[in-house]
Write a protein that binds this ligand. Structure first.
Ligand SMILES: Cc1cc2nc3c(=O)[nH]c(=O)nc-3n(C[C@H](O)[C@H](O)[C@H](O)COP(=O)(O)OP(=O)(O)OC[C@H]3O[C@@H](n4cnc5c(N)ncnc54)[C@H](O)[C@@H]3O)c2cc1C
Length: 442
């Protein structure tokens, strides 16, 4: 059996792991257009901060590929897939044959129309690859005024800003929405986060956007003009407004795409023997109850694993996933799960605030918890995400969930949540979508 994996990252390598679990002898070929072995993509900003290096950013063992008997083709770009003859075509014209193919090509940065933006400039770019981080590191060394503009205050924009700040740049984030992490956070948590950024040398401009990058005589940025008319000095401009599924090379292949690759529960695409997973696919969103693109590491890994098992002949189904962000901004931990900004008036919201930095919010649909924001105090995040994913009824426990101080664990389907301060446990069983029971444990 010849397995070909396009993409050398979370989805692709989780697929390899699962194939090797069930098929010890099939031929595996991994193709990636990046020249590196697999690295932890979320850590490219840590690379700028010096918290990870060229030696430590890899997320698999040194001998991973040998151990899994996987042939690697790094620095090679797939330009098309011929599904009739089962060939992957590379941009140098060469061909790789497959019996089963996995597509884990992730996302490509989205760049809105922006006058003056030229990714070939050494002082401008996007921020999704290790090479982008290396480019920004070099740019910061020659930046005359030490001024960086980051367009987009989502996860990628925030991480790029922290990285640039650590390189000695003064950073301004320009965000179209009224707050940073605008889709995941609400007004209060957005304000707390912005304050933490501001305190650490990162300015935030919201409800505004960059409409033009003004260039110097060498084609590099000098300043940016905002929609509001303001002009800000800029040596470096980073566009970090998010990613779109990387599907352009599939045009004409017959593989169905609707924003991302469409897959069934086994992660198979519309073409037999071709599977996909990770940021490149559209899958079932258990909270919004519709197909959605949820570009996060844990889902990329889960989808890759499910695909790999099915490719090796062991039936597995993907149950669907939900949005979950976990990030720390200058010591401020932030976790958002599921639906955090409800606009349906039948959904209820409960919040708890303590001091200047602790904020917890729960969103319920009837008795069912469907979303949470945990900021400053992320106690119980694991159990809350499990409860949200399972759709368990738990409205009567909102107060203990809100105030934190909970310690929880899940074994198989059964879970227990301990409230350390008040001395009781909540027990439940996910199999039966429980009415939880509360008992004293001291
Ligand atoms: C700065 C940043 C911070 C992030 N922080 C977090 C975080 O804190 N938590 C979290 O859960 N997620 C985070 N993410 C998102 C996370 O990195 C992605 O969800 C995850 O990497 C998706 O994995 P993937 O395997 O689907 O695709 P990717 O990691 O994007 O990998 C795609 C692979 O495909 C290869 N490829 C693409 N096109 C081709 C082609 N035509 N030919 C050959 N090879 C190709 C690429 O080289 C790469 O190896 C962050 C992302 C970024 C950019």
């Amino acid at each position: 059996m010849k397995y070909v994996i396009i993409g050398n990252s979370y989805a692709g390598l989780s697929c390899v792991d699962a194939i090797r679990r069930f098929d010890k002898t099939g031929e595996i070929t991994i193709i990636s257009d990046e020249p590196y072995k697999a690295y932890a993509r979320p850590l490219i900003s840590y690379y700028l901060e010096g918290k990870t290096t060229d030696e430590t950013i890899w997320y698999k063992d040194d001998n991973y590929y040998e151990k899994n008997d996987a042939r690697t083709m790094f620095g090679k770009t797939v330009s098309s897939v011929d599904t009739a003859s089962k060939n992957v075509v590379l941009d140098d014209g060469s061909i790789v044959k497959y019996d089963k193919l996995f597509i884990g090509t992730g996302g490509v940065p989205f760049v809105p129309p922006l006058e003056g933006f030229n990714p070939a400039s050494p002082m401008m770019g996007t921020f999704t690859k290790l090479n982008d981080a290396k480019k920004m590191e070099a740019a910061s060394k020659v930046a005359k005024n030490k001024e960086a503009i980051v367009i987009g205050g989502g996860l990628i924009g925030l991480k790029a800003s922290e990285g640039l700040r650590a390189l000695g740049m003064h950073v301004t984030i320009v965000e179209l929405l009224p707050r940073v992490l605008g889709l995941a956070l609400d007004e209060i948590s957005g304000q707390i986060t912005a304050k933490r950024l501001n305190k650490n040398g990162i300015d935030t401009v919201t409800n505004d956007t960059v409409i033009k990058i003004n260039l110097d005589g060498t084609g590099n940025p000098e300043s940016v003009t905002l929609k509001s008319g303001r002009e800000l000095i800029a040596d470096i401009v980073v566009v970090g407004v998010g990613v779109r599924p990387n599907v352009a090379f599939l045009e004409g292949s017959g593989i169905k795409v609707d924003r991302g690759i469409i897959v069934d529960k086994t992660m198979m695409t519309s073409v037999e023997d071709i599977y996909a997973g990770g940021d490149v696919v559209v899958t079932y969103d258990v909270i919004n109850k519709r197909p959605n693109i949820i570009a996060i590491v844990p889902l990329a890994c889960e989808q890759g694993r499910i695909a790999g098992a099915n490719m090796a002949g062991v039936y597995r189904e993907y149950p669907g996933g939900m949005g979950l962000n976990s990030v720390e901004i200058y010591g401020l931990p932030i976790i958002t799960i599921g639906l955090t900004n409800p606009n349906d008036p039948s959904q209820s919201v409960f919040t708890y605030q303590e001091g200047e930095t602790i904020y917890r919010k729960l969103v319920y649909s009837g008795e069912i918890l469907v979303g949470a924001i945990l900021l400053g105090n992320i106690d119980g995040a694991g159990i809350l995400s499990a409860i949200i994913r399972q759709g368990a009824k738990c409205l009567s426990y909102k107060d203990e969930f809100l105030k934190g101080n909970i310690f929880s664990f899940v074994i198989d389907n059964e879970f227990e949540i301990y409230n350390i301060n008040e001395g009781y446990a909540i027990r439940g069983d996910f199999k039966d979508l429980p009415e939880f029971s509360r008992t004293n444990w001291r």
